[in-house]
Design a binder for this molecule. Structure first.
Ligand code: RIB
Length: 293
């Protein structure tokens, strides 16, 4: 049976401009290309896990508009159920305005409908959460909702991964309900600064791109090797990692095996433009690991 992953989080339309040079404040530059792609950290992570063979339930909110309809139809095309993605009428679908230059990106997210996902909505999907092998959360939906999601999962002994992105200080009540925390290096530094890790005893997984991933578990730290590729667009690399980690942990792999696999998922994902277009299949991940190990 396929592992069951429930992703609770954001669904955005990504508005992507590629340019040779990033504009300085107050400057206008001419770009090379514009594309619109479905994105959002939650949706990207769901697509990553689904392409790797997990049975994924996506829980989120979009607006009653063209972007919202496009996102729902894309969800179905990726083979996922649309049952838990509702359209709200009082605000528009979340957007991310992204500038890609020299393989790196800058992003402005306007959450819109993502901020309509409420703690009560989570109580209403309790049976779906209870039936999951793992729950995957990020921070583009309200903090109360993320906390409620973790609480419901904990009630049913379902492990929770929190990808603390984009970074915000976490309430202690949330930290105590998390089984795996997956910051990148920048988020990790901010967590230390805010003393958020003082009472966190579960695996802390710090992603560093091609430099690999640091895993701190039971007082011990180790680095799991990364993979070096030529990046085209790093948007969604962390999402690919998290989707891969969730799919692999849900299918019973050890933490080290799952992190190694997730490193390869993240590396493969940056070789195409757009957050979701580079998300690999299980076969493609195995091939990359084979070629590079
Ligand atoms: O992590 C990448 C994602 O962040 C983009 O798809 C964008 O929607 C923003 O949420």
């Amino acid at each position: 049976m396929n592992p069951k992953v429930t992703v609770i989080g954001s669904m955005n339309m990504d508005l992507v401009a590629e340019t040779e040079r990033r504009p300085e404040p107050g400057e206008t530059v001419l770009g090379e290309q514009f594309t619109m792609n479905p994105g959002g950290k939650g949706f990207n992570q769901a697509v990553a896990a689904a392409r790797l063979g997990a049975d994924v339930q996506m829980i989120g909110r979009v607006g009653d508009d063209a972007f919202g309809r496009e996102i729902i139809s894309h969800l179905a095309k990726e083979g996922m159920s649309t049952n838990h993605v509702e359209q709200v009428t009082d605000t528009s679908t979340g957007t991310a305005t992204i500038v890609v230059s020299e393989g790196e990106n800058n992003i402005v997210v306007v959450p819109g409908a993502n901020h309509r996902l409420s703690p009560e909505d989570l109580e209403n999907v309790e049976p779906t959460i209870a039936d999951s092998d793992i729950v995957l959360l990020q921070l583009e939906t309200p903090m109360d909702t993320v906390t409620a999601a973790a609480r419901v999962a904990r009630r049913h002994h379902v492990p929770v991964i929190l990808n603390p992105a984009p970074y915000q200080a976490l309430p202690t009540a949330l930290v105590h309900q998390i089984d795996y925390l997956t910051p990148n290096e920048h988020e990790h530094r901010l967590m230390h600064h805010d003393a958020l890790l003082d009472h966190f005893d579960n695996p802390l997984i710090v992603t560093k791109g091609s430099a690999g991933t640091d895993v701190y578990n039971h007082g011990k730290g180790s680095t799991v090797q990364g993979y070096t590729v030529d990046p085209i667009d790093t948007t969604g690399a962390g999402d690919a990692f998290n989707g891969g980690l969730a799919a692999r942990l849900a299918s019973g792999s050890s933490l080290t095996e799952a992190v190694r696999y997730a490193n390869a998922v993240g590396a493969r994902a940056v070789t195409k433009l757009g957050a979701q277009s580079g998300m690999p299949t299980h076969q493609e991940v195995l091939q990359l690991m084979d070629e590079m190990d």
